[in-house]
Design a protein around this ligand. Structure first.
Ligand code: FAD
Length: 384
């Protein structure tokens, strides 16, 4: 089977890997010279804990694919786990409630409430001032998105013969055929369009009137921390409890969210919650904010970074807060499901809209898709 993929972000790469592993002959088209979209601009958190129950198995499958990449492709992947720190009684109350609600679910095996002292032993970053405890989860992993996403093509090429056409925009797609900006036509049996937040080039009529929107996020990264200091697990705080769907089952969430809204309305206005991860170079990645809609400005409002840093200072301590880089990223968010998938014509599919979960879910979702399309028999046979 000949497969054409549009887009060299994590979604396109995930499809390329799963299809090629099942014996397909894959060509991937990426309009930029190297991946530069959401997939290289994120925290690198494989954030299993934040996924709803229905997506747990997909997220865990993705996680194990990342560990395969660590073992086979030499990509840096750290199974670091995560901590949700509680610095307010309602945050601690919610974490207790969450643990109690999940005491009989499969999640419970991976979760543990930690006392203040246990938390401080788990992460030297946890701010002891006002710390009440934390929720430890062992399923999260850390990757460096830029190096991972930019090194995967060479491994896929070498291992499975995937062909990469960088600096090649696809300007038209129809069943069985892709047309590039240079006027070349390419024939395929199966085409997967993974064009991220570009709703204008291919199939604008499909995206029009769908509940799918771009979202702009502010991010920062410190210089490498001194003396090989390590953060340990990924760190999140009370603000994050109102961001991911997993905590929505907790009745006390409403009250916690109302407190935050009345104390700091700017946090809701700019969708700010704060997290930190640390890459293999010792840099701590900090964020983030969420501004939705097509009319979001390209200019970065400096106040947003100040608010993010203000909130981070409340929950963590770092040896150095010296900022090395600031950037924003834009992802596509589909609000009526985990992701947006459409079959435009037989053998022509669109796959995007994963919001803040693309690093966590793409590998698992692509596996599920290609399990249906090319079940089993070719799996793993084409490794060269
Ligand atoms: C700041 C930030 C933090 C995040 N943190 C996390 C996190 O910690 N964990 C997590 O799981 N997720 C996180 N995410 C979400 C995750 O990064 C995205 O869900 C994911 O990267 C989306 O991947 P994608 O392949 O759809 O999009 P992209 O990475 O944007 O890739 C799409 C690619 O398609 C190419 N393209 C588009 N149109 C064409 C065309 N016509 N022809 C050729 N090429 C084309 C583009 O050039 C682009 O390279 C974060 C996102 C952001 C922005």
């Amino acid at each position: 089977m000949k497969v054409g993929i549009v887009g060299g972000g994590i979604v396109g790469l995930a499809h390329a890997w799963s299809a090629a592993e099942r014996g397909a002959q894959v060509t991937l088209f990426e309009r930029t010279a190297k991946a530069s979209g959401a997939s290289i601009r994120n925290f690198g958190m494989i954030w299993v804990i934040g996924q709803p129950d229905a997506a747990q198995s997909t997220a865990l499958r993705s996680r194990s694919r990342w560990l395969t990449l660590r073992d086979q492709a030499g990509i840096w992947v750290e199974p670091c786990g995560s901590l949700h720190l509680a610095h307010h009684p309602d945050e601690w109350g919610l974490l207790e409630e969450y643990s109690h609600l999940h005491r009989h679910s499969e999640r419970s095996e991976n979760l543990r409430l930690l006392s203040r002292e246990e938390t401080l032993l788990k992460s030297p970053a946890a701010n002891p001032d006002g710390l009440l405890g934390s929720l430890w989860s062992q399923t999260e992993c850390c990757v460096d998105p830029t190096s991972a996403v930019r090194s995967l093509p060479a491994w896929l090429q070498k291992t499975y013969g995937v062909e990469f056409r960088f600096s090649t925009a696809v300007v038209q797609a129809q069943a069985g055929e892709l047309l590039t900006g240079a006027g070349e036509r390419h024939r395929f049996d199966e085409i997967i369009v993974c064009s991220g937040e570009d709703f204008a080039t291919l199939f604008p009529e499909v995206f029009h009137n769908q509940p799918i929107r771009p979202c702009k996020l502010h991010m920062m990264r410190t210089v490498g921390q001194p003396d090989n200091w390590r953060i340990g697990p990924h760190v999140a705080g009370g603000l994050t409890l109102r961001h991911y769907p997993n905590f929505r089952s907790c009745p006390s969430l409403e009250k916690l969210a109302a407190r935050i809204e009345s104390q700091s309305p700017e946090l809701d206005q700019y969708g700010i919650h704060v997290m930190a991860s640390q890459n293999q170079f010792g840099q701590v990645v900090l964020g983030d904010s969420h501004q939705y809609g097509l009319d979001v400005e390209p200019f970065d409002d400096a106040r947003i970074d100040q608010w993010i840093l203000r909130e981070l200072h409340k929950i963590i301590r770092l040896p150095t807060w010296e900022i090395e880089s600031r950037w924003h990223g834009i992802y596509a968010k589909y609000s009526e499901g985990l992701f947006f998938e459409r079959t435009i014509a037989p053998g022509l599919h669109v796959f995007t809209g994963l919001g803040g979960n693309g690093m966590t879910l793409s590998f698992g979702l692509a596996e599920e898709y290609w399990d249906r399309k090319l079940p089993n028999e070719n799996s793993n046979q084409s490794v060269r």
